[in-house]
Design a protein around this ligand. Sequence first.
Ligand code: LUZ
Ligand code: MOS
Length: 745
Amino acid sequence: MRTDDRHLHVRGESVFVDDIAAPAGCLQAVVVYSPVAHGRITKLDTSRARAQDGVVTVLTAADIPGENQIGSIIQDEPLLAEKDVHHVGQPVALILAGTMRQARQARSLVDLDIEPLEPVTDARVAHARGQLIQPPRTFALGDVDQAWSQCAHIVTGRADTGAQEHFYLETQGALVIPAEDGTLTVHSSTQGPTAVQKAVSRVIAVPMHAVEVDVRRLGGAFGGKEDQASAWAVMAALGAVVTKLPVRLVLDRADDMVMTGKRHPYSSDFKMGLDDQGKVLAYEVSFYQNSGSAADLSTAIIERSLFHTTGSYQVPNVRATAHCCRTNLAPFTAFRGFGGPQAMFVFESALERAARVLMMPVHELQKRNLLEEGSVFPYGQMAEDCRAVACWEQADRAFDFAGLVAHANEHNRTHTATKQGVAMMPVCFGISFTNTALNQARALVHVYHDGSVNVSTGAVEMGQGVNRKMRLVVAKTLGIDPLRVRVDTTNTGRVANTSPTAASSGSDLNGEAARLAALQILERLRLVAADKFGTSDLAGVDWEELVQAAYWSRTDLSAHAHYATPNIGFDKQTETGKPFAYHVYGTAVCQVTLDCLRGTATLDEVKLVHDGGQSIDRGTDLGQVEGGLAQGLGWVLLEDLNYAPDGRLLNDTASKYKVPDIGFGPRNLEVQWLENAPNPRAVMGSKAVGEPPFMYGIGAYFALRQAILAARPDLDPDHVAPLTPERTLMLLAAPKTNPNEEAEV
Ligand code: LUZ
Ligand code: MOS
């Protein structure tokens, strides 16, 4: 991590929503939620709770002045339940009290009766019942149906990936301060200040100009606060409007885990056809996305699954169909990768199965099918400046993959209690919001009398270091010391109509806007320099003198700029177009050692080559690569979210959910940057870095599977992630499929 506020973090001085000093009279809010996954509310009586000591009021849907609706893409999500509940954790009422303790105590006094209805928790069951959030969507390339007849080998199978809790250190929350004339200042832990502003405006029935959203920083988000930060801010705003007092609503960890959405579980069916040489000729896949009880961002997320159907590979005939299945679980939401990882996992699963049938090493099959310059993606876009092969070759060479394979084979020949596995994982990730309109950003730059500079953009700092990048972009553009530049909070009053900081595009979009704003000021300063100092070359002019001269000659020292990614677009009628400004590539090499008695694995090595462009700040990018990788590893190996058949989340506290720690991480981690690879399509030659590294983690799943199969060559189980020690042990102990063949465990 190389964020600009790291010194504040380590001293505990960074201010998050819950740390903002309480304004006089500030109330605490606690949410009453449904304990039942599906049912009809037969009684909601808040009188006992209202009578509790310290309770100011208890609000329900009936108290909402505007619309009881927070759905952003599809209008299917009430802020507070009215007649029905559709998942455990669905907000029903809001308790406002003087202290947190009083609010929590009152929660148990709300009389809420729900007549239960049958819950559906499984995507395929929901699909069978026709519970879809939108009609199925299909991406097609070539002619899959006729291609099967040309295939020498055809494999089919099923692949399942689980949910994933974001586990941001700062839980969801907001502080809302009412001011004169019905206006509201909202401090929200959100990736999307404008989304919060809009939702508050809608539910409270005030114009957007009456709502100022301000965001200093987030203690992590990972997609969990792209859409799902809004509800809490809106509830706090509701409380503030009704009581005319400031209201703080910060979820505790358990409430956050139960009430908020996670990464979507997917269950998928695949069919892959190949020729004798291992070229993939045809690929067909159906994605069954467990969307949860409301749409949230599910339709956009499954769209990205379609875009990343074939991962880092070229396939001439493709058909991918996407089903958003409505279930009675908390609405699943954005999470780093946004549906991409789920799709890539399926393709890698198919390749692995094919490799066994062809009796060819998986990495050989992967290599033969990598994207090349001019390859066509299933949505019609061509791969330009394609770096799939370059990354693969640099990784293959630098990390001696052949040597690792030889070493693992030798180990497995000579050991029975431990087995090794190695895998390569190529990644290709499209950069741009797939909703083209969102690819816009603005920045506001002020130069003050003393030469110090203040920058506002639409980007939200969430620990990823975007503020540091904004600062470096502006300093470099103005040719001044970065210490002169400060990045201000993200504020809807200073920069309007922001897209969420998401889709890995925060630095690309806001950085370019900031650069354009700085350039405007620079042009004006050049004129001043020519006039006052007889030169338009600013290198030889003292910055502070120049700024002074500009002020006294009545030059505007502020600039606002707008940037919209050029040359992108997508036609949803034909499901083709050029949705992405460019792609990010990379290849990881993973090696694991499996303890066959315990089912535990050690990640010996993860080494990777990442296509990072000409970085604005390598240290920041390294933090993103390492963090993304760790999260990806956790998703496929460790983080096991489970629901009871009645729809209750079983991992409903931090103590029941395992996230990666330092002991889990690779013993040897090496990140290399792809050599000589500036990017002409983003700010200052850089490349987006937030999400792509997540998918390197998938490689460790397949390395572990190799190790398991080395112990149990008789098995060919379906692909299920996460491959936890428990699941690994179950596989190792599975009954022999062929009793005549002795596996050497
Ligand atoms: N959010 C979004 C995203 O609204 N659209 C996207 O395409 C996207 N991609 C990745 C992560 N968040
Ligand atoms: Mo996102 S998954 O908020 O980039």
